[in-house]
Ligand binder design. Structure first.
Ligand code: 6PG
Length: 226
């Protein structure tokens, strides 16, 4: 898969340059397929995982072993198969609810290098896209889409009747690399609209990709591209 090769390239570049690679993972079935590949024989030995720091773009308000935990999914298919210290894993403690957003924001700020404007710069953020155009836990019509100050937000998502914790636009826009993984034919019409019309943030949050300063790569499967 192209995504696994790109992940390894970004990691090698960052590790070569500064000795570490800061990546934010996403939930979802499409990103999960990438994590499975990375822990397989073809890719696992290509980098020294001790130099990789794992963060998350979003989390559900559940504990780490819950079936819906984004951390839990990544841990199952990737992290527990790698040789890396526990201190390299920076999960969002979803079970702590609103407090988790604050704790995570402090952790990000402490560990990842800042730009002048104080926004930490991820080397890579991996994003998925839901069939409503959401990405991370930035959902259509939510205030979080226009957040300028907080790096991490705790929000109620009406259509899911549940709370989520998510990184906000300033962090996404500042990342060095963004990899967006999209699969499924039900998403094809959104991709077309987002590519044609650049300012659809409130309708399709994934269009934040059009506002990013860094390198943005879309990996779209055949069904979603038709
Ligand atoms: C989440 C995700 C979310 C996800 C997309 C795509 O936890 O809900 O982080 O943004 O990546 O919904 O998911 P699929 O690849 O399963 O469609």
């Amino acid at each position: 898969m192209k995504g696994a090769g790109l992940f390894i390239n970004y990691a090698c570049q960052s590790i070569h340059k500064k000795g570490a690679f800061y990546v934010a993972l996403s939930g979802g079935s499409t990103p999960k397929a990438l994590y499975c590949l990375l822990s397989g024989d073809n890719y696992k030995k290509k980098i020294d995982w001790k130099n990789v720091h794992f963060f998350w773009g979003d989390e559900r308000t559940v504990c780490q072993d819950h079936a819906q935990s984004n951390y839990g999914m990544a841990n199952e298919v990737l992290l527990k198969k790698l040789d890396l210290p526990q201190s390299n894993i920076h999960r969002i403690e979803g079970e702590k609810g609103e407090k988790a957003a604050h704790i995570y924001s402090l952790e990000l700020t402490e560990i990842i290098k800042h730009k002048n404007n104080d926004v930490p710069i991820f080397d890579l953020i991996i994003l998925g896209m839901g069939s409503d155009g959401h990405t991370a836990s930035l959902f259509p019509g939510t205030k979080t889409l226009f957040e300028m100050d907080k790096l991490v937000d705790y929000l109620y998502v009406e259509k899911l009747d549940s709370y989520r914790i998510t990184i906000t636009p300033p962090l996404i826009k500042t990342a060095s690399n963004i990899l967006i993984l999209v699969s499924g034919k039900e998403k094809a019409h959104i991709l077309k609209e987002v590519q044609e019309e650049k300012t659809l943030l409130n309708k399709y949050p994934v269009s934040i990709a059009n506002e990013c300063e860094g390198n943005v790569v879309w990996l779209i499967d055949k069904a979603a591209s038709e």
